[in-house]
Design a protein around this ligand. Structure first.
Ligand code: FAD
Ligand code: NAI
Length: 464
């Protein structure tokens, strides 16, 4: 029986990063993965394919709606969906093969198959080439998550679809109904809306991205509405009936009135749940809480040398959170002080404009007992945004009124995903708004909006 210092189950961003870091620290390491390609949800059916389609659909929208104002005449733009999907598949396969190459480079043994605990240090791996047993001194569970299904509307892969099918629809639907105005609903809704689908979003709560700062979620909703999104907020979906090549969705609107609407597909995007099927957790005596594997601050599950990271444990289901936990858990196994700062994990919705946030919303900061000062600045007054023709949105910094320490930062706007990094670093170093306000920002850049918002915390913005 082969034995390893560290075995990692699941090759998503949590698992493969944990395996690399463990190998860097000198451990003999294996990575067990049941899917044909490495990279997990993120690379195969998540972050990467969705961003590839967002990029393609955005270019199409630019060609259709924005080029003319620059004097560029390209004629009638048309979309070859098969080619767009092929490009996306190419990117996915390049990156998943890249992860395989990283494993090779770091001398991590990849075992293809489904891992199941026989004991805390013994794992059965059942793969296409048969089954084997391995032994490991330390085991890291990184088995990720799967889409939540609505009990009265099970996924059928055709009319009722999850994000996985929404990433490869062979043609632009006439009408796509999206249930859930979270990250998946708005990102994949954007892809198909930009390509010409009518997109209706049914959301249980009264606003889109309900966990975001309220002002920012309203700002984003306004922009998406202008792009043609139809929102039915505060509504309760009650059922669906397939009618030939269509599906009829029934819901109670915010006044409680029963409504129906017909669609080509319904994308159910109401969240994801941890995945631990057939993992043999019962053998270890580990009980999940609301599906999540309970861990202590060292990612230890409370049995032997077994740890868990990523979507399968508490916290936001984000690739970079899983990656940071992967590094931390390997360092903890090596006796080092591995650590993740959960207060400064950025969260981004890659719509256009993008929504990027880190730390507390204004309301959360108040609820936590802070007296706050808030600085805002709009893209309409940013020179670079004006030259780009991208003037929707704003930046908002929430600071503690007494210490001026930044508690949260929120941006809706072009390339907000890149701009938030400055604020994440600032918060990691416990910066005050004044630190940003006094830092020179190149002109003309979008990032100047961050400086202006920081100046606005002290009521002294220059350009508004
Ligand atoms: P996963 O990536 O889910 O990987 C788990 C792996 O474990 C899988 O490969 C699975 O096959 C394997 N596995 C499970 N059980 C076993 C077993 N018993 N034996 C062997 N292998 C097993 N996050 C972001 O930060 N940014 C984004 O832009 C973003 N976009 C997303 C878009 C979509 C459409 C979706 C669905 C998700 C997106 N996410 C995004 C979330 C992100 O994909 C997850 O947070 C991330 O992949 C979690 O990493 P993980 O390593 O915990 O698990
Ligand atoms: P989500 O939790 O982001 O959003 C789900 C939405 O559905 C919420 O607004 C919720 O109020 C709503 N909802 C729940 N039940 C409902 C019901 N019965 N009817 C109508 N609405 C209902 O979940 P989503 O979008 O499915 O994504 C899952 C996870 O994947 C995210 O939480 C995120 O962690 C990750 N992800 C991250 C992305 C990113 O970082 N850009 C992109 C896509 C996914």
């Amino acid at each position: 029986m082969d034995s390893y210092d560290v075995a990692v189950i699941g090759a998503g961003p949590g698992g493969y990063v944990a395996a690399i870091r463990a190998a860097q620290l000198g451990f003999s390491t294996c990575l067990i993965e049941k899917h044909g390609a490495l990279g997990g949800t993120c690379l195969n059916v998540g972050c990467i394919p969705s961003k590839a389609l967002l990029e393609s659909s955005e270019l199409y929208a630019i060609a259709r709606h924005k080029m003319a104002e620059h004097g560029i005449e390209v004629g009638e733009a048309s979309m070859n969906v098969a080619r767009m999907l092929g490009r996306k598949e190419g990117i996915v396969s390049d990156l998943t093969r890249g992860v395989a190459a990283l494993m090779k480079k770091n001398k991590v043994t990849v075992l293809a198959g489904k891992g199941r605990f026989l004991a805390a240090k013994r794992i059965a791996v059942e793969g296409p080439g048969g089954s084997q047993e391995i032994e490991a001194e330390h085991v890291v569970i990184a088995t990720g998550s799967q889409s939540v299904e609505l009990p009265f509307m099970p996924f059928d892969g055709e009319r009722v679809i999850s994000s996985t099918e929404a990433l490869c629809l062979p043609e632009v639907p006439g009408h796509l109904v999206v249930i859930g105005a979270g990250a998946i609903g708005l990102e994949l809704g954007s892809v198909w809306a930009r390509l010409g689908a009518k997109v209706t979003v049914l959301e249980l709560l009264p606003r889109v991205v309900p966990l975001a700062d309220e002002e920012m979620s309203k700002t984003l909703q306004r922009s998406l509405k202008k792009q043609g999104f139809v929102f039915a907020l505060g509504c309760k979906v009650t059922g669906a009936e397939v009618k030939g090549a269509k599906i009829e969705v029934a819901y109670d609107d915010k006044k409680g009135t029963a409504q129906t609407m017909e669609a080509d597909h319904v994308l159910v995007a109401v969240g994801r749940k941890p995945y631990t099927d057939d993992l043999g957790l019962e053998t270890l005596g580990v009980q999940t809480t609301q599906g999540r594997i309970p861990v202590d601050e060292r990612f230890h599950v409370g049995v032997g040398n077994v740890y868990a990271i990523g979507d399968v444990i508490r916290g936001p289901m984000l690739a970079h959170k899983a990656e940071d936990e992967g590094v931390a858990v390997a360092e903890i196994i090596a006796g080092k002080p591995g650590h993740v700062n959960y207060d400064v994990i950025p969260n981004i919705v890659y719509t256009w404009p993008e929504l990027a946030q880190v730390g507390l919303s204004e309301q959360e900061a108040k609820d936590a007992g802070h007296e706050v000062r808030v600085g805002k600045f709009r893209f309409i007054a940013n020179g670079r945004a004006k030259t780009m023709g991208e003037t929707e949105g704003m930046a908002k910094i929430v600071a503690d009124a007494k210490s001026d320490r930044i508690l949260g930062a929120h941006i809706v706007g072009p390339r907000a995903s890149d701009m938030i990094a400055e604020l994440v670093v600032a918060m990691e170093f416990s910066a005050a708004a004044e630190d940003i306000a006094r830092t020179c920002h190149a002109h003309p850049t979008l990032a100047e909006i961050v400086k202006e918002a920081a100046l606005a915390v002290d009521n002294r913005p220059i350009h508004s």
